[in-house]
Design a protein around this ligand. Structure first.
Ligand SMILES: *[C@@H]1O[C@H](CO)[C@@H](O)[C@H](O)[C@H]1NC(C)=O
Length: 252
């Protein structure tokens, strides 16, 4: 099974004229001293906070309540998770708690009102170059609960302006609009699960909340995500292909 997958990967890589897949399965650190270092947990937290800052759309996962309800939904979905696309904004940078505009009649927020916790999952979309493998690109989930923003927070943090900068179309359903009841909420992050890419060159695991919260604006501004600048080079260094050569292919 593994060998078949491996062979097709090799075939794929050579057919598309890409660097060898050798590094998917072996850590160059052991062979080339200092050539590549797996990012630390804190560096991963910085990358995660940069993804949160630059991305705008994710998936909200909640759980349908088990209790009987008058809602029009199949009777057997109680206790089952559902993931739905939604907007978020990085509008509370001091904590990294994402801001969400909760529409009362939307399933995610009805589930939360019925007692569900909530998870926001997102992934990095590089603006310049499509990665040869989406599995190599950072993605993560923040797990927590929703909390309504006070009127004071909304005003003091300029939440509406921040959110609309990310989502100009959302002006149509800001709190107080005539169509849908909505309110500002924060996803109070309690846990962070990060997959930086392939496990031999990226951190995969839980990021402690203190690391997530202690990331500074300067760190977020200075971090560079794979594919953020033009050209293959911005992927190459991230993925550790710099030292890849024919020999490693044969070693496979
Ligand atoms: C929500 O998460 C908290 C932990 O943060 C947990 O104690 C609680 O049981 C969860 N609620 C539900 C409905 O799963």
């Amino acid at each position: 099974m593994r060998l078949t997958a491996l062979s097709s990967l090799i075939a794929f890589a050579s057919a598309s004229n890409l660097p060898s897949p050798a590094y998917f399965f072996s850590n160059p650190e052991s062979k080339h001293e200092g050539a590549f270092k797996i990012p630390t947990v804190h560096e991963s937290a910085v990358q995660a906070r940069r993804v949160l800052h630059l991305e705008t759309i994710g998936t909200l996962s909640t759980i349908f309540p088990s209790t009987h309800s008058t809602e029009n939904r199949p009777s057997n979905v109680g206790g089952t998770p559902i993931g739905l696309m939604d907007y978020f904004g990085d509008c509370e940078p001091s904590t990294g708690n994402p801001t969400i505009l909760a529409i009362s009649i939307a399933t995610s927020f009805k589930n939360v009102a019925a007692g569900s916790n909530i998870t926001l999952s997102l992934r990095w979309h590089a603006p310049y170059k499509r990665p040869y493998s989406a599995a190599a690109v950072p993605r993560f989930s923040v797990i927590g609960h929703l909390e309504e923003l006070s009127a004071e927070d909304v005003a003091k943090q300029n939440v509406a302006a921040c959110f609309v900068k990310y989502h100009p179309d959302a002006v149509a359903w800001l709190p107080g609009n005539r169509i849908h009841e909505s309110k500002w909420v924060r996803l109070v992050v309690e846990e962070v699960y990060w997959i930086g890419g392939f496990g031999d060159r990226a951190y995969i695991g839980w990021i402690p909340l203190e690391e997530w919260q202690s990331v500074t604006k300067e760190e977020i501004d200075q971090a560079k995500l794979p594919g953020e600048s033009t050209g293959w080079n911005s992927w190459k260094s991230y993925l550790g292909f710099e030292e890849a050569n024919e020999e490693e292919v044969i070693e496979l």
